[in-house]
Design a protein around this ligand. Structure first.
Ligand code: HEC
Length: 122
C-alpha cells in the first residue's frame, strides 16, 4: 500500500511539471534537427541577428550605452572580451542586458556562449 501511494505521488509530480526525461532537448542535446542550433554559431549567420534586433539601438555611434559599440564584428567581439557581454546577457553581471528589457531566450544566450568558446568565428 505504501508503495502504491508513493507511485501515485511520483506520477503526479510528472503530470504537473512535465517529466524531465520527456524533454527532447535534454534527451538529444546534439540533435541537428533541434530548434536551438548551437552548432553553427558564426557571427554573421547567428550572432549578428541577435545583436541587431536586441542591442544595436542603444549600442551604436557616439552615444552608445556604456561606450560599448555593438554595430560591428569587432565591437561585439571586444565587448565579450573587455566588457563582460556574456555576463550582461546571461544576467549574471550587475548590468543585465538588454537594459530595461526581457532577458534573451536561452537558445540565443547559449549561442553567444558557444560563439565565445569557439573563438568568435566570423
Ligand atoms: C535600452 C538601451 C539598451 C539596450 C537595448 C541594450 N543596452 Fe547594453 N547598455 C545600455 C547602457 C545605458 C549601458 C551602460 C550601463 C551602465 O554603465 O550602467 C549598457 C552597457 C552594456 C555593456 C557593458 C556592461 C559592463 O559591465 O560594463 C554591455 C556588454 C552591454 N550593454 C551589452 C548589451 C547587449 C549584448 C545588448 C543586447 C542583448 C544590450 N546591451 C542592450 C543600454 C542598452
Amino acid at each position: 500500500m505504501k508503495k502504491y501511494i508513493l507511485g501515485l505521488l511520483l506520477s503526479g509530480t510528472c503530470l504537473f511539471s512535465g517529466c524531465y526525461y520527456d524533454v527532447e532537448s535534454e534527451l538529444y542535446p546534439k540533435d541537428p534537427n533541434q530548434t536551438c542550433d548551437t552548432l553553427n554559431v558564426g557571427y554573421q549567420a547567428r550572432i549578428e541577428p541577435i545583436i541587431k534586433s536586441n542591442c544595436v539601438a542603444c549600442h551604436t555611434g557616439s552615444g552608445a550605452g556604456g561606450n560599448v559599440s555593438l554595430d560591428s564584428y569587432q565591437g561585439v567581439r571586444d565587448a565579450t572580451i573587455n566588457r563582460n557581454l556574456y555576463g550582461a546577457v546571461s544576467h549574471t553581471s550587475n548590468k543585465p542586458m538588454p537594459q530595461g528589457g526581457n532577458k534573451l531566450p536561452d537558445c540565443d544566450i547559449n549561442a553567444i556562449k558557444k560563439w565565445i568558446d569557439n573563438g568568435h568565428p566570423q
